[in-house]
Ligand binder design. Structure first.
Ligand SMILES: [Zn+2]
Length: 99
């Protein structure tokens, strides 16, 4: 029997859920981003944000919270397939990270 050794602890930040999409009038998928950062204190299009994607997860980082070293400064959203070429902000909040 093979020994598996010590279990490797993978610390991966918990996702906030699946990214939301909508289909525009021309049939293209549009990624829907939350208007406010996870803390709810900043409006991302106003205060600034940065998006990166890796391993099928989109990170939407609030510039203001990142500067203040706030622990939960970025949304982590699971992507379904390719990143659409366009995205838009929606005031309707994603599921709260702090229920
Ligand atoms: Zn913020």
């Amino acid at each position: 029997m093979a020994r598996l050794g010590e279990p490797r602890i993978v610390t991966r930040p918990r996702s906030h859920g699946r990214a939301r999409y909508r289909v525009d009038g021309t049939g293209n998928r549009v990624l829907v981003l939350p208007m406010r950062c996870p803390s709810g204190r900043h409006v991302l299009p106003t205060t600034g944000y940065r998006t990166t994607s890796r391993d099928g997860v989109l990170h939407v980082e609030c510039t203001a919270c990142a500067t203040a070293s706030s622990p939960d400064h970025a949304w982590r959203l699971d992507l379904a397939g390719e990143l659409p070429p366009t995205a838009e902000f929606d005031a309707e909040p994603y599921a709260s990270p702090h229920p």
